[in-house]
Design a binder for this molecule. Sequence first.
Ligand code: ADP
Ligand code: MG
Ligand code: MG
Length: 203
Amino acid sequence: MDATTIDARAWAERFIAEIERRGAELTELDRRAGDGDYGTNLGSAVRRAAANLAADGADTPGAVFTAVSNAFLNTGGTSGPLFGMWFREFAKALGAEVTPKALSEAAGNAAAVVQRLGKAEVGHKTMVDAMVPAARALAEAAERDTDVATALREAATAAHEGAASTEDLLARRGRASYVGEHARGVVDPGALTVAWFFDAATG
Ligand code: ADP
Ligand code: MG
Ligand code: MG
């Protein structure tokens, strides 16, 4: 792929395919520290996202992320609305083109919205633990004026590190917080999903 452009639709389609392929792993994490419905919730969200993308022509990044956002907003569980609001900020900031500057704005606003709605800080063992470092990596990449593929690879690395950091934490938010010490040793599936989303950007 040309490092100067990212095809938002292909990005969304790779993300959808990855969730369909690996949803069971996410469910298993939520089963060990939660209620075991996460992969199912996410599976219905991405199926709805695929249908929205097919129905709408979705030929701009704004339209692609609006289709994805609406799918998540209409999905149950705690994660559905939170991801719906997260993707909505990508739809708003990316508009016509995926650039490091627009990505930095999108990811910064998106992480802030999720933190506000979920009342979660970094270290509470949620999706926020991957969203915040990814946003920081994108801000730094935009500052250095890197190409967009490099920016997104750095975001993916930061999100993976954030997701891995949740493994040893006790949960302070969500159902995983009900199981106390049982959550230790389990990566937060929401944080892992954020890392897979950024992986999907560059294939
Ligand atoms: P439910 O707990 O309603 O079954 P899901 O299984 O759909 O929710 O989603 C669980 C994921 O949601 C967790 O892995 C975590 O990343 C995220 N999450 C839960 N509560 C919060 C919160 N308050 N703020 C941010 N993310 C949260
Ligand atoms: Mg659950
Ligand atoms: Mg549930």
